[in-house]
Design a protein around this ligand. Structure first.
Ligand code: ADP
Ligand code: MG
Length: 735
């Protein structure tokens, strides 16, 4: 049984409107140990013959038998398997991967050797054998023709395939180098079938055991040549056992992955400019994705349940069963219930945050008596007029932001001057900002807040009496008042009158029409010396001491305010307590149980969907942009890939290696995202621009980046594999 046998094989090329005969009616058989020289004029079909034998070209007529097995039914993957196990190819124009080093070119063919050190050792040994040891680290593109062919021969040896096909291997070499290469081929050929196409038989004659001449696609003659054929011991059919056989699917997959990673890494290193360019583009993409994610992130809160009341951990909002006012005594009894940590009888301020603009960003400042943490600088408030501010980092150093010791007005009216004693800044700019004050400080502010803008005020000084409407402000000085108009007076009897609107007592049912009642406080206060920097010029504002404000506010709320807040250890406790209050007939809600109405929700959900689409659009755009930007660079590696394929490196390995190659730039890209995030959130001006991202958002960014590079890799692969091996090898589609 011949090793390789061609029976009446014919190959016809059909191109556009032209049919040409490659070979026709070829009857040949080859044995191992032969060194066959094939000659013939240009265009006679020599290359076609080799291509058919190697399975790089299909044939239309006859049958090619390999160790007796017909091949006409072979599909692409059969041919690849065949090439992998049988064929080493040497071309006139050197099928070496230009961007790889000599060592890498040979190591590729040793992929089946698992141990790295062993693979390296064998590659070096083979290269030593072809005299290439001094050039291990040299890139393919930097080699001379002879050096390239030597490397290719070392690679053919590494593969240890039984057939070496060489298509004019010395065609581009000078005669001295040609002789050396042929010498080398002969030397390494023992036991193998070597078929060399040449146009210079004289040169090859000393080595050839057989001479076939092709003319016009057919065999003209086929004669014994001078050299003696190597005796080859009869062996079992040479289907080399692939190492994969007898292995589990998992270890095969693992091996493919391992090989792909190696090849991917080699490819990544081999094209430093392309890799650098890809890294750069990926970094740009990564930061772009980060920016849109941060931009869209705030909108995602639309999907969160929106509390109608300001959420405060452990808060329960309470009204009595009949909706009537909760008296001081009733409140105190409620506040003594088990589990209650603290309470705010008049809790109105909790749900009325102070709107504030800092660095052009709107900020809701929530009033609270429970500090979220310790301030970074300063301390927590101890006196009633002291506050600590807990703000997003972007407020730091902002013009609008007060410093320690500064006065900060908590009512937007220059009437509630509190002194900042503590400041805390958080890079997480999604956390609610708050102003923390003492219980009494909070109460004073609540009372001041319920006073109408203008009050009926009567001032009586030594007999004289003035009655007018004016607004009321806080003077942190017990027993004193101040007003521009009467700054000379020593003391005055101050009477403040306020009309309170009493609404329907029955919550939810408006049976009674609103009615009005008047409350008032009257005290004798001494006139404060002018308060530097304040109040001067505000002629229509009467500044009174906190007690005055408390008295009037309490008087008003005692007859009209029907809600209170109690605080428990946490939201779960609060929900439990709220349930138990409800079972007693109270209207009670933990602040986690209150939700904004659906209209608001659905509106913001629309916005969120819009932003999500914007996000998707950005990712798609970046994908397109990067793949267009890299197409040319990527296509320049097309020849390399075909060489890898012709060497029989499994297609899945090549494919996966392309993924690895495009995924590798994600490492610097992702690191730059993290770096950029640190920068963005730790510097106040940028902190104001980007919405702080939660850990899940970084997973989303990673997923988007992976998506982008997978899309690019897919496009890359589609282009690369979109043509036959031979076409690409011949360079027909290069450039
Ligand atoms: P050689 O290698 O002996 O110079 P080839 O085998 O390359 O000759 O070519 C044999 C014939 O087949 C020539 O007539 C050539 O024009 C034709 N041929 C080879 N390759 C192709 C192809 N890809 N498409 C069309 N015709 C081809
Ligand atoms: Mg040719």
């Amino acid at each position: 049984m011949p090793f390789i046998q061609l029976q009446k094989v014919g190959k016809i090329y059909v191109s556009d409107n032209n049919i040409s005969v490659g070979i026709r009616g070829i009857d040949l058989s080859f044995e191992k140990g032969e060194f066959v020289a094939v000659t013939g004029e240009s265009g006679s079909g020599k290359s076609t013959l080799l291509n058919v034998i190697s399975g790089m070209d299909t044939y239309e007529e006859g049958e090619l038998l390999i160790e007796g097995e017909p091949t006409s039914h072979f599909v692409q993957s059969d041919w690849e398997e065949y090439r992998k196990n049988y064929i080493s190819f040497i071309f006139q124009d050197y099928n070496i991967v230009d961007s790889f080093t000599v060592l890498e070119n040979v190591e590729l063919a040793l992929m089946h050797v698992r141990d790295h050190a062993e693979r390296r050792r064998r590659a070096v040994e083979l290269l030593d054998r072809v005299g290439m040891k001094p050039f291990l680290k040299k890139r393919g593109s930097k080699l001379s023709g002879g050096q390239k062919q030597r490397t290719v021969i070392a690679r053919a040896l590494a593969k240890d395939s039984p057939v070496i096909l060489a298509d004019e291997p010395t065609g581009n070499l000078d005669s001295k180098t040609s002789a050396e290469i042929l010498d080398l081929l002969k030397e390494v050929s023992n036991g193998k079938l070597v078929i060399v196409v040449t146009h210079d038989f004289g040169q090859i004659e000393p080595y050839a055991t057989r001479h076939i001449r092709i003319h016009d696609g057919a065999v003209e003659y086929d004669v014994q040549a001078s050299a003696a054929a190597e005796p080859v011991p009869e062996t079992a059919p040479q289907v080399r056992k692939t190492e994969e056989e007898g292995q589990t699917a998992w270890s095969r997959l693992g091996r493919t992955l391992q090989d792909s990673m190696r090849l991917g890494w080699v490819r990544f290193k081999a094209k430093p400019k392309l890799s650098f360019f890809l890294c750069l583009l990926m970094i740009v993409a990564a930061i772009g994705v980060f920016a849109v994610t941060s931009f869209s992130a705030s909108s995602l809160s639309a999907f969160d349940p929106v509390p109608f009341f300001t959420h405060q951990e452990g808060r329960v909002i309470l009204t009595k069963p009949d909706g009537s006012v909760i008296t001081k005594e009733e409140y105190e009894a409620l506040a003594k219930r088990p589990g209650v940590l603290s309470g705010l009888r008049f809790d109105t301020l909790l749900d009325r945050p102070l709107g504030w603009y800092v660095r052009g960003r709107s900020l809701d400042l929530h009033y609270t008596t429970t500090p979220p943490r310790k301030p970074d600088t300063g301390r927590l408030p101890e006196k009633d007029n002291e506050i600590a501010l807990f703000l997003p980092l972007y407020a730091k150093g902002a013009e609008e932001c007060p410093g320690i010791g500064d006065t900060f007005d908590l009512l937007n009216g220059d009437t509630a001057p509190y002194t900042v004693v503590g400041l805390g800044f958080d890079p997480d700019n999604t956390k609610p900002a708050c102003v923390c004050m003492t219980g009494r400080g909070f109460e004073i502010l609540s009372c001041l807040e319920v006073l109408p803008y203008s009050l009926n005020v009567t001032l009586t000084t030594s007999g004289d009496s003035v009655t007018q409407n004016c607004s009321v402000g806080l003077l942190w000085s017990d027993g004193q008042f101040w007003m521009k108009k009467i700054k000379d007076a020593e003391s005055a009897s101050v009477k403040l009158e306020m009309t309170v609107r009493i609404e329907s007592l029955q919550t939810g049912r408006k049976t009674d029409p609103a009615s009005f009642e008047t409350v008032s406080v009257e005290r004798t206060l001494t006139c404060a010396p002018a308060v530097p920097g304040r109040a001067v010029g505000y002629g229509e504002t009467l500044y009174v001491d906190p007690q005055c404000v408390l008295d009037l506010g309490h008087a008003a709320m005692d007859i009209s305010y029907r809600q209170t807040s109690l605080f428990y250890a946490n939201d779960r406790e609060a929900e439990k307590a709220a349930r138990s209050f409800r079972s007693e007939g109270y209207h009670a809600l933990a602040s986690t149980e209150t939700r904004a109405n659906d209209d608001i929700l659905s509106l913001s959900v629309f916005g969120a969907i819009g932003l999500f689409l914007l996000w998707l659009f950005t990712v798609a755009f970046l994908t397109l942009f990067i793949s267009l930007a890299t197409t040319r660079a990527i296509m320049s590696t097309q020849g390399d890939l075909s060489i890898l394929r012709s060497m029989g490196i499994p297609v899945p390995v090549i494919r996966t290696s392309v993924f690895i190659q495009t995924l590798l730039p994600l490492i610097p890209a992702y690191l730059s995202v993290l770096l950029f995030a640190c920068f963005a959130f730790l510097f106040p001006p940028t902190n104001a621009q980007f919405t702080y991202l939660r850990p899940w958002a970084y997973l989303v960014i990673a997923a988007a980046l992976i998506l982008i590079s997978v899309m690019i890799a897919r496009r890359y692969i589609r282009k690369l594999f979109g043509q036959s091996v031979k076409k690409a090898l011949k360079g027909e589609n290069r450039s």
